[in-house]
Design a binder for this molecule. Structure first.
Ligand SMILES: Nc1ncnc2c1ncn2[C@@H]1O[C@H](COP(=O)(O)OP(=O)(O)OP(=O)(O)O)[C@@H](O)[C@H]1O
Ligand SMILES: [Mg+2]
Length: 393
């Protein structure tokens, strides 16, 4: 009887036994199968959703986590198009009738310039509910065809936290801006009361004192006392003017921003010997009170900083209208500002400056100045409230 050989023998055996015999005869085949089974088990027990697709985006395999995530079964997902579960984004859904398109993922990654790990998508559960996903993609060759594996994770909770954070951040900004406005209004009110009420009283008192001093029947010692009282009254009036002016610069109300900035420069030069250029066109600085006050306070803080920290000998402040915005540049040739100076937790000046600019929907950049070699502050704010409001929308 001829020896049947391995192939002949396999043909004679039932299918199950043949497979078992094959695995015994070819140990490498067995090891490879074990490896495959282990890999499959890892994929199936993974907590992230893992989906393999072919080049036509047909799902070859979805693990248990993927089935849970999309509210389907692993068998139900197999053979379905990936676009049924993962949408490129919600906009693509409204553009297409019927099944949303899922364009080439790799192409999309290249277009957006994101790394695979940064890729955010929109998922759709079997009940139609949409949810945000984060995913990564990898591709490999398997038996001559390309199989892509997508790992996705539900980021609804993270997105909610992110949105809440963004909301409270913008509320904080609004609060800060409202507080600045209230503060300025209060300062303006107190300054006016001091000037118009207390100032007038002191002035009247001084006139009365002059009348008393004109009396000839007073003793010498009384005259001396009256003169000293007059001296004290003059000091009180000067202090009151200074306090009121610090609270609310009268120049702002009397001559507008241009005049107030000229006064600021003049006062600065009274105490320091520096080269100070103020480059502005009066017509560009006709602004509403909120803008004028904010810009005045910003320049005031910048000048205080230059005096306190910069050791500068040259200052240039330029304010120019560019279309519907005002561009402000403040430069000095001092020691320059370090990166860590911008984040000092105890320093409030630069923070206040930023808050004022943001409150007007403007932008601010503080850094090194290449021209003068010290510090440069660049600010842009909309000229009018309309631009400010439309920028907020
Ligand atoms: N023009 C400048 N040149 C050099 N360093 C500066 C200049 N402006 C600010 N700085 C640095 O930046 C830091 C932060 O400035 P900021 O105005 O916020 O705080 P501050 O002036 O120290 O205190 P304050 O809260 O009273 O304003 C300063 O401490 C200083 O080191
Ligand atoms: Mg300061």
């Amino acid at each position: 009887m001829p020896y049947p050989g391995t192939t002949g023998l396999l043909r004679l055996l039932p299918l199950g036994m043949a497979a078992a015999l094959l695995l015994c005869l070819f140990p490498p085949l067995k090891a490879s199968r074990q490896r495959q089974a282990r890999g499959q088990a890892i994929i199936d027990s993974a907590s992230d959703a893992i989906i393999s697709i072919d080049s036509h985006h047909t799902i070859l395999h979805a693990n248990a986590a993927a089935a849970r995530l999309f509210g389907d079964t692993q068998d139900g997902m197999r053979g379905m198009r990936l676009g049924h579960y993962i949408l490129r984004d919600l906009r693509s859904l409204s553009k297409h009738d019927g099944e949303p398109q899922f364009d080439d993922i790799g192409q999309e990654l290249r277009l957006t310039g994101r790394r695979a790990t940064d890729y955010t998508l929109t998922g759709r559960r079997s009940d139609g509910a949409m949810f945000p996903l984060e995913g990564s993609l990898s591709a490999m060759q398997e038996g001559g065809r390309i199989v892509s594996t997508i790992i996705v994770r539900d980021i609804s909770a993270r997105k909610q936290v992110h949105e809440q954070l963004a909301r409270s951040f913008s509320q904080l900004r609004e609060l800060s801006s409202a507080l600045q406005t209230i503060r300025e209004e209060e300062r303006k009110h107190i300054a006016r009361e001091l000037h118009d009420d207390l100032g007038q009283l002191l002035a009247t008192l001084r006139v009365d004192l002059t009348l008393v001093r004109q009396h000839t029947d007073t003793t010498l010692s009384l005259q001396a006392l009256l003169q000293s009282m007059d001296g004290l009254l003059v000091t009180a009036i000067t202090s009151l003017r200074r306090i009121a002016s610090n609270l609310r610069p009268r120049a702002l109300d009397e001559g507008g921003l241009y005049f107030a900035l000229q006064k600021l420069r003049h006062d600065f030069l009274l105490r320091r010997t520096v080269h100070f250029d103020l480059l502005a066109d009066e017509a560009d600085l006709v602004l509403d009170d909120a803008r004028s006050t904010a810009i005045y306070r910003i320049v005031q803080e910048a000048l205080t900083n230059i005096a306190r920290h910069a050791e500068a000998s040259h200052i240039t402040i330029a304010l120019h209208r560019i279309d519907s915005s005002l561009a402000i540049t403040i430069q000095d040739d001092g020691r320059g500002i370090a990166e860590h100076d911008l984040e000092k937790s105890t320093a409030l000046g630069l923070l206040g400056m930023r808050e004022r600019v943001w409150g007007l929907s403007g932008s601010i950049h503080i850094g090194a100045d290449n021209e003068l070699g010290g510090t440069r502050i660049e600010i842009t704010v909309p000229m009018h409230a309309e631009e400010h409001e439309s920028a907020l929308q």
